[in-house]
Design a binder for this molecule. Sequence first.
Ligand code: PHE
Length: 446
Amino acid sequence: MHGQWSSRWTFILAATGAAVGLGNIWKFPYLTGQNGGSAFVLVYVVCVAALGIPLMMAEILLGRRGRSTPIRTMQVLAEETRAAQWWQIIGWSGTLAGMLILSYYSVIGGWTLAYIFKSAVGTFSGASGQFAADTFEHFVESPTGLFFWHTLFMILTMGVVAGGVQGGLEKAVQILMPTLFFLLLLMVGYSMTTGFFGKGLAFLFTPDFSKLSGASMLSAMGQAFFSLSLGMGTIMIYGSYVPKDTSIASTSIIIALADTLVALLAGMAIFPIVFANNLEPGSGPGLIFQTLPVAFGNMNGGLAFGSLFFILLLVAAWTSSISLIEPFVTWLIETFGLSRVKAAVYSGVATWLLGLGTVLSFNWGAKVKFFGLTFFELLDYITSNLMLPLGGILIALFAGWLMKVESTKAELRIMNPGAFVAWQVLVRYIAPIAVFIVLLNSLGIL
Ligand code: PHE
C-alpha cells in the first residue's frame, strides 16, 4: 500500500529537492541584505545546526511512525501515545501554513517564469546594475503582468498535483538540481571577476554583532525553518516513506548541509555583484532579479546561461510549491472524498485568489500596511516567523516528551548513547526554549 523510497539516496535527493527552492536562492540573499549581512548569516547557520537538524530528525521520526498526512499522522500518534487529541493542531497549522506560503511563493515563482523569457530574448545583454534594477521596478509596477505569471505558475503547480505525477518531476529533479548547483558555482566564478568578491565575502562572513536586533534574529530563525521546510509537516510526509533501516540522523545532517550550501553559494554569487554595481544590499525581494541579470548580461554565453538558470530556479520552486500544497490537497481528498483533480482545483483556486493580495502588494497596494507591513510581508511574517517555529516547537515537544523513549530510540537507532541524549536534550529543552526566547525578544518582551 504505502510506498517506500527505493534507497536512502532517493530520499535524500527528494527531500533536498523539496527543501531547496526560492527560499535558498531568492529569500536567503535578500533577507541577509536587509538584516545587515554576516551576523544574520551566523544566527541562521546556528539555527540550522542546533534547531534545524534535531527538529528534522523529530519530524522524519514522527512521519515514519505515523505514515500519513500531517493531520492524520498526529491523530494516530496521539492515540498511540495516549496524548490529547489537540496535538493534531500541528497538522492543522502546518496544512494552513503551506497554503498561505504557496499563495505568495507562486507570485515569486511567476517572476522566475517571466525572467526566463526576459533573459532568453536578450533584455539583459550588456546590462548595468542600474538597468537591471530599473527593469525589475518597472516589472513589478504592473499588476497585470504579475497577475499573468502568478496564474501560470499556479497552473503548473496544480497540474502536477492534479495528475498525481510528482514522481516524474522528482526524478527530473535528481538531474536538474545538481545542474543548478553547478550553475551557481559558475555564478560565484563570475562574481570572483568583479573585483568585489572579497567585499561580498566579508559582508557575509565577518560577524558584525552591532547589526543584530531581536527582529533580525527572529527572521534568521524563521528563515532556517522556511528553508529546511520544517515545522509544517512536509518533512513528515517525506519521512513516512523512509525505509526502516535508514539512519535518520545522518540523513538529516546531509539534507541540512546541502540546503545551507546552496543558500551560501547564492549569497556568494549575489553580493559581489551588488557591491560592484553600487546596488543596495537591503533592496528587498527583488534582489536576485536585480543582480544576477547583470552577471548574465556581461558574461560569455550569458544569454543561454541566464535562461537556463531561471529555468532551473523555476524547477526548484516548482517542486517546493508542490510539497507546500500537497498536505492540503490530500486532506481535502481524505475528508470530503473529493477526487484528486477536484481537490487540486479547489485548493489551487483558493490559494491563487489569496495570491492576488501579494500581487497587489508590490504595486497599487504597496502603501496598504498592516502593523507596518505590506500584505506580502505580513503573510511571510506570520508563516515563516510564527507558524513554522511554533509548529516546530510542538513537534519537538511531542517527539521529546510524549513519544516513548523506547520508540524514539528504536526509530532513530543512534548507536552512540551520548548522541541520543544530546538529541533528547535539544528537542526537549533547547529547541523550545530557544524559539520562545527569540520570539519574546523580537516582541520586545525579553
Ligand atoms: N523550503 C522551501 C524553499 O526553500 C519552501 C518550503 C517551505 C517548502 C515549507 C515546503 C515547506 O523554497
